[in-house]
Write a protein that binds this ligand. Structure first.
Ligand code: NAG
Ligand code: NAG
Ligand code: NAG
Length: 456
């Protein structure tokens, strides 16, 4: 999630810092079975104490031996938003009761669409300074994707080293929104780094998945006007006004004026918000924004922090404005070239909730067309298959060899929150290459004569 009102957060920070509110309400219900399999810190700089916080949930009902069971790594966006949103609001095994009545206390309820049904899931608060992760100094917070990846590589390596059975498990890097930059970056970093490392230090990357991602901002920022116009949200005159604002962001990006380009993109999104009066651009069908602040409320209890292996004096923020500020010059830099590399050397899924106006279907399709890959024309010409889960329509999947693009119906920016079961079916089938994510050539490979018009 992109961070929002800086001034407001600064105000709240100062307010609560000077008048701490005593935690009078009783701690929320946190059943023992909702605890992570393990959680804690992965050192980044042992000298200063900077470290990445992790929460790991082993597969509930794996279909292979644990030492072969895939490991998914989840990275939240922002920049600076905590993966505990992914954990407790989207795809973790237990989520906050986000459909609760306002007067009900916050608690955890099991998520039948959890992504750790078949696979282990590791949530990382990335980069340092985010969520429960620790940045000893502001200077240590990464300013670009290279540094983000370097830290992630070190954190993932030390996690894998904790347990001998992790060593050969295939790793899938997944994430959402601004992780549209983190995910291809760490994937690319692993592929480039592995050949220089001894066998026991290599990371076993098997694929990357980007949900409603910001990956190629210069292409994506230019799609809002048309998308909103054809969605019936703005008129022709507003479309023109939006196009002028978009062009400004594109020009500043081309000039490499990164900070102003980031501001110009924010202006485009604010303009759209202002013109449409929508509750949130993350889902144009919603009457109110996602109430992910429930996660922050849940994580403010010292009992909960203790249970999760966090120092109870730590103050949890959904999104860190400081990390957002440090990465400001990174926002408009394209990571598409890393996807070019991953699609040739690994496997890539992009998926989008249909109702997202920020990093949605049209926005993603625009940059996918530009991927440099010998097979891209075959991909673009591939059938967009109707995808069902059980008997119900779930969305559409277009796949060619290592590249898959899924559109999830009835979902906004936070796909696993809105379509838990379908998101679970999607990630499982993509990893296991089943159903619509199965072999492209299955049809062609059918022996001749297996069809109705057989000659025998
Ligand atoms: C960036 O753009 C702004 C606004 O157009 C301009 O005032 C500023 O001088 C530019 N900075 C650089 C380094 O080009
Ligand atoms: C948003 O809309 C209001 C009128 O509804 C207008 O007064 C205001 O200037 C607009 N803000 C921006 C940033 O466009
Ligand atoms: C928690 O953090 C505080 C403040 O940094 C520190 O004094 C305390 O020793 C820490 N507690 C534990 C258990 O690490």
């Amino acid at each position: 999630m992109d961070s929002t009102n800086v001034l407001l957060s600064v105000f709240f920070f100062l307010f609560f810092a000077s008048f701490p509110v005593p935690a009078t309400s009783s701690p929320p219900f946190f059943p023992a079975e909702a605890l992570p399999t393990k959680s804690g810190y992965l050192p980044i700089n042992p000298t200063t104490g900077s470290a990445i916080y992790f929460a790991f949930y082993e597969a509930q009902t794996p279909i292979s031996s644990i030492s072969k069971t895939p490991l998914l790594i989840w990275l939240q966006g922002g920049p600076g938003c905590s993966s505990m949103i992914g954990n407790f609001f989207e795809l973790g095994p237990w989520r906050v009761n986000f459909h609760k009545k306002e007067t009900d206390p916050v608690s955890l309820i099991p998520n039948t669409g959890s992504w750790n049904r078949r696979f282990g899931v590791l949530f990382l608060d990335n980069p340092i300074g985010t969520g429960f992760s620790i940045a000893a100094t502001k200077d240590e917070i990464p300013k670009n994707q290279y540094s983000v990846s370097k830290y992630l590589f070190s954190a993932i390596s030390s996690f894998i080293e904790q347990d001998i059975t992790f060593k050969n498990r295939p790793i899938y890097i997944t994430g959402e929104s601004y992780a549209g930059k983190y995910v291809p970056s760490i994937g690319y970093y692993i592929l480039k780094k592995n050949p220089k490392l001894p066998v026991d230090k290599k990371l076993n990357l098997a694929g990357v998945a980007i949900g409603n991602g910001l990956t190629d901002p210069i292409t994506q920022v230019a799609t809002h006007a048309l998308n909103a116009y054809y969605s019936g949200l703005i008129n022709e005159r507003q479309k023109k006004e939006m196009e002028i604002a978009q062009l400004e962001a594109v020009e500043l990006t081309k000039k490499g004026n990164w900070s102003e380009a980031t501001n110009a993109r924010s202006k485009v999104l604010n303009l759209l918000k202002n013109m449409t009066g929508l509750a949130t651009l993350y889902d144009y069908t919603r009457k109110s924004p996602y109430n992910s602040e429930l996660v922050a409320e849940f994580l403010s209890f010292k009992e909960v922090k203790r249970a999760l292996g966090v120092n109870e004096s730590m103050v949890f923020e959904e999104c860190s404005d400081l990390v957002g500020e440090v990465l400001k010059d990174d926002v408009m830099k394209s990571m598409r070239y890393k996807v070019d590399y991953l699609v040739k050397n690994s496997k890539v899924l992009v998926y989008q909730g249909q109702f997202d106006l920020r990093d949605g279907v049209v926005s993603t399709e625009a940059w996918l067309k530009k991927v440099k890959w010998g097979e891209i024309e075959r991909f673009l010409g591939a059938d967009r298959k109707i995808w069902s889960v059980g008997d119900e329509l779930a969305g559409y999947v277009q796949k060619w060899k290592s590249l898959s693009n899924a559109v999830v119906l009835g979902a906004g920016h936070l796909v696993p929150s809105d379509q838990a079961l379908n998101s679970q079916a999607m990630i499982e089938d993509w990893v296991l290459e089943k159903g619509v994510f199965g072999d492209d050539n299955a049809e062609e490979k059918k022996p001749f004569g297996a069809n109705d018009f057989g000659v025998w």
